[in-house]
Every structure is written in structure tokens, then in C-alpha cells.
Design a protein around this ligand. Sequence first.
Ligand code: C2O
Length: 482
Amino acid sequence: PKKNIFDITLKRVTLAPDGFTRSLATINGQYPGPTIEVKKGDRIVINVRNELGEPTSIHSHGMFQRGTPWFDGVAGQSQCLIPDNYAFTYDFTVPDQAGTYWYHSHAMTQYVDGVVGALIIHDPDDPYLNEYDEEIIVMLTDYHHTESEILLKKFLTPSSGGDETHGVNLNSCLVPDNGLINGKNNFDCSKAPHGSKCVDNSGLAKFEFVSNKRYRLRIINTSAFSAFFFSIDKHEMEVIEVEGSYTKRNKIHRLPINVAQRYSVIVTANQPVDNYIMRSEFQKTCMPDDAKKLSIVKAIVHYDGAPEDSAPKDVPWKDFLEECIDLKHETLQPLCEENLPKATKKMELTITFHNDSSGVVRAFLNESSYEPDIKFPTLSRIFAGKANNFPRDRNAYIFDTPGEVVDITFINTDEGDHPFHMHGHQFWVLGFGNGTHVDKKSLNTVNPIKRDTSTIPASGWTVLRFVPDNPGVFGIHCHMIC
Ligand code: C2O
């Protein structure tokens, strides 16, 4: 396989993506980091040099790591932390995957402070190859002005008179200061604390369109917490890819996208030459009240020939259309249908939030809350022959391979959605619904979509099916960082 080498240095740099100056944990001094781009079948070598002043690890989100589970990059699971001032090399091939992925720090809450980048696997056999002219990467994120370590500390402080059943200190952590598109947005500096360095109107991201060209937008939500509705005024989008799976063309106006999810959509520059607003709207249903005033994150789509500095008209789809079509899970169909194997094993995982013994609100899966073992990662345990004596709080499940097909039913008792990601695999999303009772008849075992990050709805359930055919230790977790 062709070898592609990426040298990345992680270091702290003072930047002002939205005009507000803060220290960010960057990759090669950039935020977001450089894009890792290869072809299906290639070998990826990532030389990481850690100059962050704290330990780190790098996870390539969505990569199966078949045969190289030790390069999955999860500190405490598949490797020890990379200490400050050390280097570490990830080295894996991508024989059977193509699509839109990302890479990010998988140590503590570091990715929220900036260690993120897009990871694109091009596909020479892409069935849509002739249906777009150019590719554009669009990274959406919520954005905090405070270091994630401070936010997390607040979040994990025993609550003072909070609500027992849900994450307390919600406001400290779950309400971002802003949102960004490709690392840019404006910020109203009158909201910044006194004494901070901040400039208004630092500028929006700008995407160049040429009339009648067709663009494949690869949209990646790298948020800590926020789901978005993504759209471009007056332009329809056609979904063609979900996290490495091609889909039938699916025409929509707005794309709901949760944390860590990715989609490719084709957008044709078929509108009059002008400037248009690209928008990423916070989904606010489960946010605390003071988050409701968060404004829509915007970028500019500039047609070649349109004035450079005129403000685009505000024409959100939902305001002028009788039926604004949002992407619905039910209409998302794989381009090629597969024969689904029958489940040989069923498990149920219940998500709850409550105080632990020290009064800190934590998330639990079946009453166990995971803590990584930084000194003795799970994979090392297995190599040491200690596969079966996991402490209860490690929440580990052991599958025999080959042959097993596993259905996981998630029951979410929390009043917020939870985007769950599985490492090393994709899963079929058989269905979801409200309440705690799974409606078995509603499950789709004919042509369900296959992906690696799926939403478990608030006070609801989801059934996922996967084939554990990739030996190694792989996490499955909610991707909300706090
Ligand atoms: Cu995006 Cu455990 O990862």
C-alpha cells in the first residue's frame, strides 16, 4: 500500500478564532488541524510530537484499525498516554474504508481545546465520483472560551442544590460561548468578561462557488456537546454518504447532525450569482434556558462574480417554505442493500445520570461509570492474560469472534439525546423510539443504514446491530465530552 506520512506537532498557541483571544491546543499551530487525506487502500503514518505540556493520544474516529487495535489511540484502553515531550507513531492501513472521518485527541477533554482535524479517505470506486466537481470540508463545532479542564472541574464538582436526575452545573459546561464553521465566526465582545482581549467581527468562513458547479460537502460535527441543523439558504442538498456508507440520493433542506457524526451532501450552485448564508443552528431542545439565546452560526457562500462585501439576505428555508425537509432517519437508505445477519446475542444498556457516592453527577451505563485505567490499559491487560478480571466499573463485554452478531438495545432515561460512537466497527441502526419499551415490529432489518455514531434519543431507545469481527479492545461511548 502507498505510504502517506503526516508529521503533526501538538502545541499550545494563542489564537482568536472568533475574535476572542485564548490559548488553544493546536495541531501544527492550526485550528482546526490539517486535513489527513489519503486513498482507500493506503497506509497512514501519523508521527505525533507532543509539546502540549500535558499527556495526549490521537484517535482516528471511524477507522476500523483491523489488525492494529493498538493504534486506535484511546488512552487507558489501547495505549498509555503519550507524555509531554515524547513522540509516538500511529501506523495503519485502510483496506476497506472510504468516506468522511476525523481525528482528535482521545485524552481527557483535550479535543474541546482544539486537537481536531478532518480525515478523508478518497474512494477510486466512489459511485458518485462523476456527480460532483469539487469537494469542500465543513467542520461544525460549538466553542468555549474557557479551557475544557476548568469546565470539566466545574461539572464534576458536587452539586449545590441541583437537580438529582440530570447533569447539574449544566450551565458551566453545556452552554457554549459560540459556535464555529471551519474555525471561524464573529463574537459580540460585549459578552466577554472584562479585561479579555476580544475584537468584534473577526470574520466568517467563506466558501467559493462557481455557477453550475456541483460540490460535495463533507460535513463533520466536532462539537463537545451540541447538535446542529445545517443548511445553505436557497440551496437544496442531497445526502450521499453517512460515515463511510453510501446512501441513495436523499434530497433535503436541513441536515440534523449530532456530535461526531458526518455526512456528505451534494450541493449544486444553481442559484443566481450572489452571496448566501450557510447556517449551523444549535439544536436547543434539551439545553438549559440561557442557551436558547445562542445565535445561529453562519458562514458565507460566495458565488464567483458576486460582490465581495455585501451582506447576504437572510432567507432560512424554514421561514419561507411550507415544508422544510429535514433529513429523517427513516428516509436514509443504503445505496447497496446487504443481507443482514441474524442476531445471536442481545444486550441491553441503560443510560442514567445520578450522583455517585461523593455527590458528583455522573453518567452510568447499567449502573457502572467508566474510568480509564491509565496505568494498565485494557489491551495490555489482555496481552497479560487478564482478559476476564475486569473490575465492575470497567463495563467490559467480551465477544467471541468469528460468528457472533450482537443487538444492543440502549434505553436512555436521560432527558437529553446521547450520540453514541462505537470504535473499530460500524453498526446497523435498526430503529429508535420514545419511552422504554422497544417496539420490535418497527425495527428495520431489511435495509438499515450502517454508521459509527448514532443518537440515542432523550427518554427513548435505539437498537443497534453489529458484528464483532475485529479482534481488539474497542470503546462504545457517548461522544458528549461533558
Ligand atoms: Cu471520536 Cu472514542 O471517539
